[in-house]
Design a protein around this ligand. Structure first.
Ligand SMILES: [Zn+2]
Length: 149
């Protein structure tokens, strides 16, 4: 498998752990968007696109994110620590939409994306740099995602 294109959208806010968004193209065939490059405690890592897990309110059946403490529809108090726990005993709040199938594949994707990020970051310090445009980027959605990181 080759990543034939990697697009990086740098995030300028240094207070945030989120450094960039990325989209990758696999073998000139399939595009995966919404990868995130995050500054973790042990250096940069790549988070695959994910969606928030939800469940239903026991009173009104309204749909709520697992982290919500009150129902969005009826305002009723929801039980805390809902949903299944991960291997570290923390509640699973997100599920990957697309992800590498094993550690080797994960290392490959992460290595290429972090490398593309470093290149983009170096370019951004040159005079006349023009940021990569993501024509299809929904900024309102991204603002929301950033707030959740
Ligand atoms: Zn409810």
């Amino acid at each position: 498998m080759e990543l034939t294109e990697i697009r990086i959208k740098l995030i300028r806010d240094k207070a945030d752990k989120l450094r960039a968004f990325a989209s990758i193209t696999i073998d000139q065939t399939l595009v995966i968007r919404d990868l995130k490059i995050i500054e973790g405690a042990h250096g940069l890592f790549v988070a695959m696109p994910s969606r928030k897990l939800c469940d239903r309110c026991p009173s009104c059946s309204g749909k709520n994110h697992l982290r919500s403490r009150f129902c969005n529809d009826c305002g009723g108090k929801l039980r805390e620590m809902r949903g299944r726990m991960d291997e570290r005993g923390r509640p699973r709040l997100y599920a990957d939409i697309a992800h590498p199938i094993n550690q080797e594949a994960r290392d490959f994707v992460q290595g290429r994306v972090v490398e593309a990020y470093q290149t983009e970051k170096a370019r951004s310090m040159e005079a006349g740099y023009v940021a990569t445009t993501f024509d299809d980027l929904d900024y309102e959605y991204y603002d929301q995602v950033e707030a959740d990181v």
